[in-house]
Design a protein around this ligand. Structure first.
Ligand SMILES: Nc1ncnc2c1ncn2[C@@H]1O[C@H](COP(=O)(O)OP(=O)(O)O)[C@@H](O)[C@H]1O
Ligand SMILES: [Mg+2]
Length: 587
C-alpha cells in the first residue's frame, strides 16, 4: 500500500517535469520537424545504395550517374541544417528548464522556515541547485531529443530494411527483444549507483563550503593535513562510486555491439546466399546491409538512453523532495494585518521545543507597549529561543504569543515582521557595500538617514576611515570587519528599520566597555516608546530596563527591577555577584 502511494507521488513528479517541458511545446514541435528531416535524410542514404549499385555499377545508367550525386548533396545539406536547428532548439528548452527549476528551488528554499536551514546542510542545498538541476537538463536535452531523433531514424531505416527484403528483415530483428532485458536491468543499477554519487557529491560540496568558510580555525588548530585526509577520503569514495556507475553504464554498449554483430553475420549469410541463388540483387543486399549498419548507431544510443533517464529521474526526486516540502510556519487564509504603532506582546503559557527536549517551559509574560524588558540568565537558558518566537522564526509548541491581543499565528507574517527590528546574536552581513548592508530591507533609504543610523550606532567614524567609506565592500559575511564593527553595522541596520518592536540579542557583546557604553546610550534613546526585548550579556548594561526577567533552563525564575532582584539574593544576585567578582579579577 505504502509502496503504491510512493509510486503515485513519483509519477506525479514526473508529470510535473513533463509539464515543464510541455510549456515550450512550439520549440519542441519545431525541433521535432528537424528530427523528422534528419531521420528522412538518414534513411535516404541506404535507400540510394540500391540504385547506385544496381543502376550505376551494374546497368551503367548515365542519367542516374548525374542524378544521384546531386541528390546526395541535397540530402546532406538538409541533414546538416536540421541537425543544427534541432540541437539549438533542444538546448534552448533544456536550459530554460534549468533556469526555471533553479528559480523555483531557490524561491522555495528562501520561503522555508529557519528550522529547515538548521536541519539541511548548506552544501547539500547548493548541490541540489547546481548539480541535480544539470542532470535533469541532460536528461531533457539529450534523452528527449535523443529518443525522438533516434526513434524517427530507426523507423525510417526499418522501413528501408523491410522495403528491401521483409523476410530477411524479420529474421534480423529477432535479436532485438533479447537485448531488451539486460538493458532494463542495467538502467536500474545505474539509477541506484548514481543516487549514491550525487549524494556523495552533495557531501563534498558541503565539506568544501565548511572548510573554506571556516579556514581560519583549520589553520589556527593546524588541521590542514587532517582536512586534506578527510577530503581525500571523500574523493576516493566518489571515485569508487563513479567507477561503479561506469561499470554499469559501459556494459550496455558491448551487449548491443555483440547482438548487432550476430544480426550482421546472419544478414551476410542469408543475403549472400540469396544473391548467389539469384533471387536478390547485389543492390538490394547492400542497401539492406547499409540500413542495418546505420540502424546500429541510433539503437545503441537508445539503449544508453535508459541510463540518462534513470539518473535524471533520481535527480528529479531529490529536487521535488525540496519543492514539495511544506513549511510548518503557515499563514492563515485571511490573516490579520498588524498596523504600525506601539505594541503589547504577551506570552501565554508558552512551551517550546526544537526536537525532543522542551527549551521553554510555561513562559508567561506581558510586555506593555513601550516597555523595556531585559532577559538575563546563563547561556543555553532559552533567551534567544524566546525572542525568536516573536517574528515566528519558530512556532510555539504549546500556548500562544499574542500581539495586541491577537495570536501571532492569525497575523500576516510580513506585517508582523515589519513591526520588528532585530540585532541577532551572531552579526550576519552580506558581501555588499556598507551602505547597502545598513539599508538592507530599506532600499529607498536616503543617504542622510543611513549616515544618521551609522552615527547613532557609533559606526560613522570607523566607516569614514575606510578608503571607500560607505561604499566599502565588506567581504563574505562581513569577513573584512572586526566583531565590534560588524555589530555596529547590524545595530545601524536595525536603527534604520525604525520598527516599534525592538529585539537586541547580546547586541553589544563584541564591543569594548567604552564603545559599549556609547552604543548603549544610543540604544537607550532608540528604545524610548518601543516595546523592547534586550538580552544582556553584561548585567551592568541593563540599568535602564523597566523590568528584568531571569530565565534559567527554560523557565522564568525571577522577575522585577534591579534593586528588587538584588535584595531577593537569589539567582539574579548570584549572576550579578559572579560578574562583579569576574570584573574585579580582570581589573
Ligand atoms: N536550532 C536549534 N536546534 C536545536 N536546539 C537548539 C537550537 N538552538 C538552540 N537550541 C538549544 O536550545 C537551548 C536554548 O538555547 P538558546 O535559546 O540559544 O539559549 P540562550 O540564548 O539563552 O543562550 C539550548 O539548550 C540549545 O542547545
Ligand atoms: Mg542566545
Amino acid at each position: 500500500m505504502k509502496q503504491k502511494s510512493k509510486r503515485i507521488i513519483i509519477k506525479d513528479r514526473h508529470k510535473q517535469l513533463l509539464s515543464l517541458i510541455k510549456d515550450s511545446w512550439f520549440k519542441l514541435f519545431l525541433a521535432m520537424l528537424c528530427m523528422l528531416v534528419m531521420a528522412a535524410a538518414n534513411s535516404a542514404i541506404p535507400f540510394l545504395i540500391k540504385p547506385v549499385v544496381d543502376d550505376i555499377f551494374i546497368n551503367k545508367d548515365i542519367a542516374m550517374l548525374k542524378l544521384i550525386p546531386f541528390a546526395v548533396i541535397i540530402i546532406y545539406f538538409s541533414l546538416g541544417s536540421a541537425m543544427y536547428g534541432q540541437e539549438y532548439l533542444m538546448n534552448y528548452v533544456g536550459q530554460d528548464i534549468i533556469r526555471r527549476l533553479r528559480n523555483s528551488l531557490y524561491g522555495k528554499i528562501q520561503d522555508l522556515p529557519l528550522s529547515f536551514f538548521h536541519k539541511e546542510k548548506t552544501g547539500v542545498l547548493i548541490s541540489r541547485i547546481t548539480n541535480d538541476v544539470n542532470i535533469i537538463k541532460t536528461m531533457v536535452s539529450t534523452a528527449v531529443t535523443g529518443s525522438l531523433r533516434d526513434c524517427f531514424t530507426i523507423i525510417g531505416l526499418t522501413t528501408v530494411i523491410f522495403y528491401r527484403d521483409w523476410k530477411m528483415a524479420l529474421f534480423a530483428f529477432i535479436v532485438l527483444p533479447v537485448a531488451f532485458f539486460p538493458i532494463v536491468w542495467l538502467g536500474r543499477r545505474v539509477r541506484k549507483v548514481t543516487t549514491g554519487t550525487q549524494e556523495s557529491m552533495a557531501e563534498l560540496t558541503s565539506f568544501l563550503h565548511e572548510t573554506f568558510a571556516g579556514n581560519k580555525i583549520v589553520k589556527a588548530f593546524g588541521m590542514e593535513e587532517y582536512e586534506k585526509h578527510r577530503f581525500f577520503k571523500e574523493t576516493l569514495n566518489l571515485f569508487k562510486l563513479e567507477l561503479k556507475a561506469v561499470a554499469a553504464k559501459a556494459l550496455s554498449s558491448p551487449i548491443m555491439e555483440f547482438l548487432g554483430g550476430i544480426g550482421i553475420a546472419f544478414v551476410i549469410w542469408y543475403g549472400g546466399s540469396q544473391v548467389i541463388a539469384g533471387t536478390s540483387s547485389p543492390g538490394t543486399f547492400f542497401s539492406f546491409m547499409g540500413a542495418v549498419l546505420m540502424l546500429y548507431g541510433p539503437v545503441k544510443k537508445l539503449s544508453k538512453l535508459n541510463n540518462v533517464v534513470q539518473q535524471g529521474l533520481a535527480a528529479t526526486d531529490r529536487i521535488y523532495d525540496i519543492l514539495e516540502k511544506e513549511s510548518d510556519i503557515i499563514e492563515q487564509k485571511n490573516p490579520v494585518a498588524i498596523k504600525s504603532g506601539s505594541h503589547r506582546v504577551i506570552f501565554r503559557n508558552v512551551f517550546f521545543k526544537y526536537d525532543d527536549q522542551m527549551v521553554l517551559k510555561n513562559i508567561n509574560l506581558d510586555v506593555r507597549p513601550g516597555e523595556i524588558l531585559a532577559l538575563v540568565g546563563m547561556s543555553g537558558g532559552g533567551k534567544t529561543s524566546l525572542v525568536n518566537l516573536i517574528p515566528r522564526f519558530y512556532d510555539v509548541s504549546k500556548g500562544a504569543v499574542l500581539i495586541d491581543g491577537t495570536d501571532i499565528r492569525q497575523t500576516s507574517i510580513s506585517s508582523l515582521r515589519k513591526q520588528i527590528a532585530m540585532v541577532t546574536q551572531e552579526p550576519i552581513l552580506f558581501n555588499d557595500t556598507i551602505r547597502n548592508n545598513i539599508a538592507y530591507g530599506n532600499r529607498n533609504a536616503l543617504n542622510e538617514d543611513i549616515e544618521r543610523a551609522a552615527k547613532a550606532a557609533y559606526g560613522y567614524d570607523f566607516i569614514q576611515s575606510f578608503p571607500d567609506k560607505f561604499d566599502t565592500k565588506i567581504g563574505e559575511l562581513g569577513s573584512r570587519l572586526s566583531g565590534g564593527e560588524k555589530q555596529r553595522i547590524c545595530i545601524a541596520r536595525a536603527l534604520l528599520k525604525d520598527a516599534p518592536i525592538l529585539m537586541l540579542d547580546e547586541a553589544t557583546s563584541s564591543l569594548d566597555t567604552e564603545s559599549e557604553m556609547l552604543v548603549q546610550k544610543a540604544l537607550e534613546n532608540l528604545m524610548k516608546g518601543r516595546t523592547t526585548f534586550v538580552i544582556a550579556h553584561r548585567l551592568s548594561t541593563i540599568g535602564y530596563a523597566n523590568r528584568i526577567v531571569v530565565i534559567i533552563k527554560g523557565k522564568i525564575v525571577e522577575e522585577g527591577k534591579h534593586e528588587e532582584l538584588i535584595s531577593l539574593k537569589k539567582e539574579y544576585y548570584k549572576l550579578y555577584q559572579s560578574q562583579f567578582s569576574n570584573d574585579k579579577n580582570v581589573v
